[in-house]
Design a protein around this ligand. Structure first.
Ligand SMILES: C[C@@]1(CC(=O)O)C2=NC(=C\c3[nH]c(c(CCC(=O)O)c3CC(=O)O)Cc3[nH]c(c(CC(=O)O)c3CCC(=O)O)/C=C3\N/C(=C\2)[C@@H](CCC(=O)O)[C@]3(C)CC(=O)O)/[C@H]1CCC(=O)O
Ligand SMILES: NC(=O)c1ccc[n+]([C@@H]2O[C@H](COP(=O)([O-])OP(=O)(O)OC[C@H]3O[C@@H](n4cnc5c(N)ncnc54)[C@H](O)[C@@H]3O)[C@@H](O)[C@H]2O)c1
Length: 222
């Protein structure tokens, strides 16, 4: 099955997690990191979830799933250990058009959660479509080594350059060529290596005149 990749904006939106075990906790952590409003429905929850409830970071309804619980959810996750409940949640989701992740049934999921690496605005995701979550995790770990924390600075500098460039008159072809030149000249590795003087020299030679290169770099290098 071909999965279509999308990156969702879920900040402030209700995401419902049915089942409070360790898989539920993993899903909750990712949801919270993206600013979702998380509601858990589960008769029992693992310690990590209980802690998040105590801290007021998520809401909990400590009981079993009931039909009607999915109302108003932007996304829902069926992560119980009970096949019958998983089926009931799936039926309600289908009936009401709620997007559902079913933790134990890759092929029936409306969406699957990929493994992910974040470096600032840079988001790398890995999916095996359910073929091997363990392999997705291993590849994620390899990506974490390859794309180290310095990539946060790289993406931040590119975002700032883009901000000042797109505000100026010009056309997208000129911008495309300019970004290609910066990449081919090795800007990524210069930033990763904190070679700020070389970064400044490169930007001065490639960016249009009148751009405050020191300000651009200062915001990223500190
Ligand atoms: C990527 C990640 C994201 C996340 O959950 O945050 C994720 N699973 C992760 C880890 C992981 N999951 C499992 C193991 C044990 C080893 C193994 O079995 O392989 C490990 C590794 C570990 O724990 O070490 C077991 C497992 N997973 C699923 C089933 C059901 C089934 O296959 O039927 C079973 C068997 C349960 C059983 O045995 O009964 C199903 C799904 N798991 C998915 C995502 C979706 C497909 C992703 C894809 O294939 O790309 C999908 C379809 C639905 C979904 O959950 O969205 C996260 C890595 C986080 C990280 O980066 O560390
Ligand atoms: N997708 C994945 O990454 C992945 C990984 C491992 C396992 N799984 C599968 O995901 C499911 C959950 O795994 P787990 O390790 O978190 O299980 P778990 O046993 O730790 O947790 C299950 C949770 O479901 C709750 N629950 C039981 N009945 C319920 C009901 N009627 N309404 C609401 N909640 C109810 C339990 O109280 C418990 O909190 C299992 O089916 C497992 O096979 C998926």
């Amino acid at each position: 099955m071909m999965l279509y990749p999308v990156n969702l904006q879920i900040a402030g939106k209700l995401c419902l997690v049915i089942g409070g075990g360790k898989v539920g906790l993993r899903k909750i952590r990712t949801l919270l990191s993206c600013g979702a409003r998380v509601m858990v429905i589960s008769p029992e929850v693992v310690e990590g979830i209980a802690l998040l409830v105590t801290k007021g970071e998520i809401e909990l309804q400590q009981r079993g799933y009931r039909e009607g619980d999915l109302a108003g959810a932007f996304l829902a996750f069926a992560v119980t250990n009970n096949r019958r409940i998983q089926d009931q949640v799936a039926t309600e989701a289908r009936k009401n058009g709620v997007f559902l992740n079913i933790a134990d049934e890759p092929t029936r999921c409306d969406f699957q959660v990929p493994a992910q690496v974040r470096r600032g605005e840079l988001l790398l995701t890995v999916s095996t479509g359910g073929a091997s979550p363990a392999l997705a995790k291993l590849i994620r770990e390899q990506l974490e080594e390859q794309f180290d924390g310095e990539y946060g600075k790289v993406i931040s500098l590119f975002a700032r350059i883009r901000d000042v460039i797109v505000d100026r008159p010009g056309n997208s072809e000129v911008n495309r060529v300019m970004f290609q030149r910066l990449l081919q000249a090795g800007l990524v590795d210069l930033v990763r290596g904190s070679k700020w003087e070389l970064v400044a020299a490169l930007l001065r030679s490639e960016l249009p005149e009148g751009i405050d290169v020191d300000a651009l770099i200062g915001a990223v290098s500190s």
